[in-house]
Design a binder for this molecule. Sequence first.
Ligand SMILES: CC(C)[C@H](C(=O)O)[C@@H](O)C(=O)O
Ligand code: SF4
Length: 416
Amino acid sequence: MSGQTLTEKILSRASGKPVTQGDVIEASVDIVAFHDLTGYHVIEVMEKAGMVKVFDQGKIVVAFDHLAPPPDIRSAEIQGNIRKFVKDVKIPNFHDINVGILHELLVEKYAQPGQVIVAADSHTTTSGALGAFAQGMGASDIAAAAITGKTWLVAPSSFKVTLEGKPAKWISGKDVALKLLGDFKAEYFNGKSIEVEVKDPSSFPMDYRATASNMGIEMNADALMFIPDSETVRYVKQMRGYEPKLVTPDNDAKYEDNYTIELDKMEPLVAAPYSVDNVKTVSEVQGTPVDQVYIGSCTNGRLSDFEVAAKIMKGKKVKSRCIAIPASYEMFKEALEKGYINTLFEAGCIITYGTCGPCLGGHFGVAGPGEVIVSTSSRNFRGRMGSNESKTYLSGPAVAAASAVEGKISSPGDVM
Ligand SMILES: CC(C)[C@H](C(=O)O)[C@@H](O)C(=O)O
Ligand code: SF4
């Protein structure tokens, strides 16, 4: 038997027998998570089944983010019901409206290499940044996993991506995600698990990895995992004070295909309306007038995102409206301590933390008819951020900040 890919290794461990592509398996789960918006349905399924219980309280993670702080009475009511559930079932890992977006919290506090993580939200792939097989599922599947500690999966094939060189100026995780989307299109990775090897681990830090893994679901991938390395160790040690145990593929693992991205040869990319794979270079859309910029979300609401935004906005005023939302309390606090929040505030941004807010057109900056938005978030289909007549361009933080400063889609190099 040839060696195992990371995907095969994780799923074999979780199902207790060697797994190959196409196998339908029952896997033990290490973390089951949900947020306010889907949690409501998860609990409803449990109630209907007459099984309001969980297999292991310590392995459940709940965070309020989509409806945080509640924009209306119904949202407040939903959160109230989930608070009651969390108290009754005694779930210790509960994060109320003042902590952060679920996927960011999983990356900061919980996810570990080699785990199987399932959550009632499609961007659960984000935890793949740490080398966990992490997948979003519907409320019924998540209710079943929370009750039994098990889930069923079809084992995907493994596709290897290698990142070579150091990222060119202004290039970060979003550009790598958009490159894969532009080169392969959104349906290509259906039934595949992407495993990314970073040749020079420190050149592609955890923040960038989380962005790329987050967009794995936009590629329709079953998972997008970074093969754990020295950067994984550095990050977990820094954030949690312990060294993670690494799980890595075997040297003779067989991949369905290989693809190499040369980071030093990249230029900043955007996804133009109305699809994530409508990828263009910034120069192709440069000059398009912009009404609003959003820097944040579980895709790009991390420290390095605010670092680059602050660098670009320092001493300048934004010409379009700009909303900035660090993805968690920790990210907000660090950005505050490092002066990034102050720089963005002085530049004229509106700032809060820990909410999905405008990402899915929920609240805190819904797009109006005819408006053009540049956003660091994950999706740009028609109506995603508000009106069906609005248009969203997805980008990394550098292009977003430069576009806010200029009031039109701009290359970071133009404003520096
Ligand atoms: C509301 C939720 C179910 C949804 C998801 O699953 O991704 C949301 O987070 C999104 O980004 O569209
Ligand atoms: S920030 Fe956006 S992509 Fe992330 S969980 Fe919230 S709505 Fe979904």
